[in-house]
Design a protein around this ligand. Structure first.
Ligand code: ATP
Length: 597
């Protein structure tokens, strides 16, 4: 995170008065898309000129006999119009694709900027998959909207408009009867949309159920195999698939019937039949000459294609609405307020003052918690599962802000401090290790990219991971997830090396050995003991045997500090701590000392 406020998010995506997600997402390229659509519409109009040319040549030939100059002129205009039209359509596509490229870039930058400002606590597995989906799938879906939708719309509308104008210019009475099937098309289309909309919720719910069942099926595979409940997971997946198939049938049945009628209404043969029928009638009535029916016979059947095109691209629009909503949701993620005038801490004493926090209203996780971490001392937070220990650690690292109360570092409220300042003072090793897809060296130097290789190696030595790194195929240049495949405990030691390199005066450890096997756990304990020398230490402990030597132990229960003191004092008090100790609830057969300061 940067010190100063990151540059403001592109104002073009700001909510303002715009409520429609598509309008909001497309705001930065709206004018470019309009130009692309107009180019495509004009191009489509010009490409239809040859049809009028054919009708004109036929009309001239039938009424005035062969007239080479008139025919030559019509051919020339038709050919020039055709090529000019194709050039304009191509130009429209080019403008739309350039606009799409610009939008994709802006969206990715804007999402990146936003994510730099959101609280660290926001990042979770769910959040990562949301980001992945928005950045990859949804921005991809928006591509079909920006790069293709508006030019296709322009082409379809342009072709329809010029055709209708041309037909009315030829003969308004014949134009009206020739276009009669088209309102019928919209009538059936509307009916189809209404019928399918009724089943849309069921279809979406069915799709979500399949997604959940697939995730459960895949993620839970080791468990279901181990516990022999494989059949259940398979059954749930099969049920979800069957339910979706049923919902899909309900969705498509009314849609298919109405769409078949709608398409039949405007099928070229239907339209041509109507034109010829009414044309013959009009000729018999003496209202038009036979040659005047020709433009109608040539142009009207062609109206079917742009109308169907319009119908198909509405699907793109529907998909894009969902994608735009998800991308905007990411852009609207609440940010952690940055200090307007960041203050610098004096010293490293941490005070937690009357801290209360609830993740959801009326579900208080921490309530009126106060304590002090004096420089150079070790404090252990213990308590039953769900007592709020990790929440306290996260608040201390400003993963999010407390509902009430405050935490000060060196006399400065964390909210009034630049985040980089905070992380220079407080290092952390949490149960959940996050490594990035980069080299081992880059992972260690994440918080201090300017560190030399020697400094990175020294940190790795201190974290007991140097020897293991040397065994990797490319040593420190091995890439995590590719040729650096590390166990949970090794990843943990890598994250300790990362903290060591930053050399913070305060260290927060939360379940640092959770992911480790016995051998790795010993290595981690050893690394932490050395690293903790002389630092202020806050340990979230899940076993009492690891906290016996702490300067201060806080027993947290249901979000409140129930007991506070040294191990011996708490035992003498005969309270909850003593009971937990006696019950052996936190004890471990192997006694390991807490990293000592
Ligand atoms: P453990 O020892 O089992 O890790 P803990 O003492 O560290 O537990 P916390 O992880 O702080 O407890 O959780 C305290 C309470 O807050 C629990 O009831 C938990 O369900 C809830 N909680 C934790 N994280 C969240 C979250 N992101 N959103 C909502 N509730 C949460």
């Amino acid at each position: 995170m940067s010190d100063s406020s990151p540059p403001p998010l592109d104002a073009a995506f700001a909510t303002g008065q715009v409520r429609n997600p598509i309008s909001r997402v497309l705001a930065p390229i709206r004018s470019r898309l309009a130009v692309a659509a107009v180019l495509a519409a004009t191009g489509a109009m010009l490409t239809l000129v040859p049809l009028a040319g054919i009708a004109h040549i036929a009309g001239t030939a039938l009424t005035d006999g062969p007239a080479p100059s008139a025919i030559g002129w019509a051919v020339f205009v038709s050919v020039v119009s055709l090529f000019a039209g194709m050039a304009l359509i191509t130009a429209g596509e080019l403008v739309a694709h350039l606009a799409d490229n610009r939008l994709t870039h802006q969206l990715r930058v804007a999402v990146g900027q936003r994510l730099m400002q959101v609280p660290l606590g926001w990042f979770s597995e769910r959040a990562s998959s949301d980001v992945k989906r928005a950045m990859q799938d949804d921005i991809g879906t928006l591509h079909s909207l920006t790069a293709h939708f508006y030019t296709t719309l322009g082409r379809a509308v342009g072709a329809l408009l010029i055709s209708v104008l041309y037909l009315f210019a030829m003969d308004w009475r014949l134009a009206i009867v020739a276009l009669l099937p088209f309102p019928g098309f919209f009538l059936f289309l509307r009916r189809a949309m209404k019928a399918s909309a009724k089943h849309m919720d069921g279809l979406v719910a069915g799709m979500t159920r399949i997604d959940d069942a697939v995730v459960e099926f895949v993620n839970g595979m080791p468990l279901v195999k181990a516990f022999g409940s494989q059949g259940n997971a398979q059954d749930r997946y099969r049920d979800a698939v069957d339910a979706f198939a049923q919902a899909f049938t309900g969705f498509t049945r009314p849609l298919v019937a109405s769409m078949a009628k709608a398409n039949a209404m405007i099928a070229p043969v239907t339209v041509l039949g109507g034109v010829l029928l009414f044309g013959t009638l009009f000729v018999a009535l003496g209202w038009v000459e036979p040659v005047q029916v020709l433009p109608f016979a040539l142009v009207t059947p062609g109206l079917c294609a742009p109308l169907q095109l319009l119908h198909y691209i509405t699907h793109d629009l529907n998909n894009a609405v969902g994608a735009a909503q998800r991308v905007l949701a990411l852009l609207d993620t609440p940010v952690l307020p940055a200090a307007a005038c960041p203050q610098r801490p004096t010293g490293c004493e941490i005070r937690v003052e009357r801290l209360s926090h609830a993740y959801t209203p009326h579900n208080t996780v921490l309530s009126d918690v106060s304590f002090t971490l004096r420089p150079g001392t070790t404090t252990a937070i213990v308590g039953p599962s769900g007592a709020g220990k990790s929440t306290l650690a996260r608040l201390l690292l400003r993963f999010f802000d407390p509902d009430s109360g405050r935490i000060t570092l060196g006399g400065v409220d964390l909210r009034h401090m630049a985040t980089s300042e905070l992380y220079q003072h407080i290092g952390f090793v949490l149960q959940e290790v996050r490594l990035i897809h980069a080299s081992v060296a880059d992972n260690i130097a994440l918080g201090r990219p300017a560190a030399t290789r020697a400094q990175v190696e020294a940190a790795a030595r201190m974290a007991n991971i140097h020897e293991r790194i040397l065994l990797l195929q490319r040593g420190y240049d091995s890439v995590v997830g590719e040729d650096a495949l590390l166990s949970g405990g090794e990843q943990q030691r890598l994250s300790i090396a990362r903290a060591v390199l930053l050399d913070p005066p305060v260290l927060v450890l939360d379940e640092a050995t959770a992911a480790a096997d016995a051998e790795s756990e010993a290595a981690i304990q050893d690394a932490l003991s050395r690293f903790a020398q002389g630092r202020t230490l806050l340990v979230i402990a899940h076993r009492l045997d690891t906290v016996m030597h702490a300067d201060q132990i806080l027993l947290l229960d249901e979000g409140k500090v129930r007991e506070q003191g040294r191990h011996a004092e708490l035992l003498a008090r005969q309270g909850l701590y003593a009971r937990l100790w006696a019950l052996g609830r936190y004890q471990h057969t192997e006694k390991k000392a807490l990293p000592t300061c």
